[in-house]
Design a protein around this ligand. Sequence first.
Ligand code: GMT
Length: 380
Amino acid sequence: MKIGIVCYPTFGGSGVVATELGKALADRGHQVHFVTYNQPARLDFFSENLFYHEVSVSKYPLFEYPPYELALASRLVDVVRFENLDILHVHYAIPHASAAFMAKQILLTYGIYIPVVTTLHGTDITLVGKDRTYKPVVTFSINKSDGVTAVSEHLRKDTYEFFEIENEIRVIPNFVDLTRFSLKPKDHFKKAIAPAGEKILIHTSNFRKVKRTQDVIRIFAKVIKKIPAKLLMVGDGEQRSDCEQLCRDLEVDDNVRFLGKQDAIEEILSVSDLFLMPSESESFGLAALEAMACKVPVITSNAGGLPELNVEGVTGFLKDIGDVDGMAEKAIYILEDEARLETFKDNALARAKEFDLSIILPRYESYYMEVLEKSKMHLI
Ligand code: GMT
């Protein structure tokens, strides 16, 4: 198949899923064309089946808001026509699904029907999408997609609840490539971070409000009272400086390291003992899955799709949003007993294997086939 992928080219979960999916599809022999405004973060190598088409937006002085959506739609028309694409897969509804709809209408004037699959990732529905600024467009473009997927059962339900959706939404969960995300021997690194054998807790995110990063610091401040420990904060974003200040206020700053954005996240996860994700909202929790693949158990909130990933008392624990005491108590419970910690680590990996790329990728491929088959009637 010749597949066009539209995504945000950043470190965010939806961009990571889109890029990893495209790479894996290319490995399976499909031709994959990424269409976005920057080279996607994890697309930094050459493959004969991978193509990148940049969307550039004219900076004409009249435009207070440069019209990215129009530039994207125009680029899609071009790429579909001249690369003979079979299908477009857009990740994150805003503004990708509506740009794809516009491209689809324009392509019809050339006698081309391009089926569009939209994957909903989370905040495009739960936060931004249901805001009335965007709601009518999001509803329309979901209903006009030839196929719609959501990354968890919870997100599927939310979408039906918040929008008037006539389309069937298929759940295809996030995945992890276990050949990349696995426990790596990084003992020297572990020694450098925790020279006295302290336990290592970790959080990775884009430090947006929805991640409740300050809860991470508060949980850690409670854990360290009982267990010698270090905390690694990976990523960057609006909440970072508040978190740094909170570390000073709680006098844990000597034991917390802010590492900023990191590429080789699997190496940092490999030295970690426990992952913290106290999010306010989380459609799936890809970062937690990546941690589990590296044998790291997880303490999460019970928001959104997290209960579909984290198994209570098996791979970690789930607590209500904001229940810092409960999360700290469970973190201590896992970390205080070496044998118990090992069991949780094994369980985390076993669960992550259920979301291996090799299992989830064929679900996307067969969904594309199904959508293509259905859209054949538009060609008659
Ligand atoms: O979580 C983020 O901040 C990034 C965001 C995105 O859209 O890039 O992630 C969302 O999509 C991921 C991949 O499908 C999911 O694993 C995350 O749970 C989801 N984030 C939220 O729902 C907050």
